[in-house]
Design a protein around this ligand. Structure first.
Ligand SMILES: [Cu+2]
Length: 239
């Protein structure tokens, strides 16, 4: 974070400014829930990803994640740091295709019960599978690209971590004195729960092949917002 931004953010924490985003240097974008995208934003979102799948860029995302897998999960590094940078870098690569592209998020923690998230409208775009296995004939079926067909094996009966659980992890990391390492590890465990529930490609280290990866990771990072005052809104930094 730029020093000037940090100073202004601290001032914000003290409630001394009327404009809650003035400290974001005017370089502001609203990072939206996927259900809130306009028709034009949907078009940008889908067409950009489809182009990336067709060009091989999308496979590059998954290959990088896979190649680094041993270093970016578990205890050898802090999960949130690497994955935050990964989201930002991949977003910038996609903006080279379409400058108006931004990662949206899926706030599944607010509708965490199985009967809620399994019936979310997002599946009309993301390709809900009735049977286990191939996700056929949907927006992001990239069977004709270098990546091969998208695979899912969703456990439609599994509840997911709730906003209350994410909030408790944050509070507990502070009150217990265990700090950010503990918080990051808990968020990593929660996000792993999502990966396992979706199954298929999402349960492997090639999980960025599935656009669900990005929808969920952005949501996971938004729980970090109390530490990063501009995180929902600023273009350049961070999530
Ligand atoms: Cu990962």
């Amino acid at each position: 974070m730029k020093a000037a931004t940090l100073v202004a953010a601290l001032a914000l924490a003290g409630g001394s400014t009327a404009d809650p985003y003035a400290h974001c240097n005017g370089d502001v974008v609203v990072r939206k829930a996927i259900q809130d995208l306009s028709a034009d934003e949907w078009s940008v979102y889908t067409s950009t990803i489809q182009q990336a799948m067709g060009s091989g860029l999308w496979q590059t995302f998954a290959d990088l994640h896979n190649a680094q897998a041993n270093y970016i999960h578990g205890q050898t590094s802090i999960f949130l740091f690497w994955h935050r940078q990964f989201l930002k870098w991949s977003e910038q690569k996609l903006q080279e295709i379409e400058p108006d592209f931004y990662w949206p998020y899926w706030p599944v923690d607010r509708s965490w019960a199985a009967e809620q998230w399994s019936n979310d409208p997002v599946w009309r775009i993301m390709g809900k599978t009735v049977d286990q296995g191939f996700v056929a004939r949907h927006t992001f079926n990239h069977a004709d690209s270098t990546t091969g067909p998208l695979l899912r094996a969703v456990d439609w009966t599994s509840d997911l971590p709730s906003s209350q659980q994410y909030a408790a992890a944050y509070a507990n990391a502070i009150t217990s004195g265990e700090g950010f390492r503990s918080y990051s590890d808990t968020v990593q465990a929660f996000h792993g729960w999502f990966h396992v529930t979706m199954g298929g490609d999402m349960s492997t280290m090639e999980s960025p092949l599935d656009p669900l990866f990005f929808l969920h990771h952005v949501r996971s990072f938004l729980h970090w917002c109390p530490l990063l005052p501009c995180c929902l809104f600023v273009r350049r930094f961070p999530f």
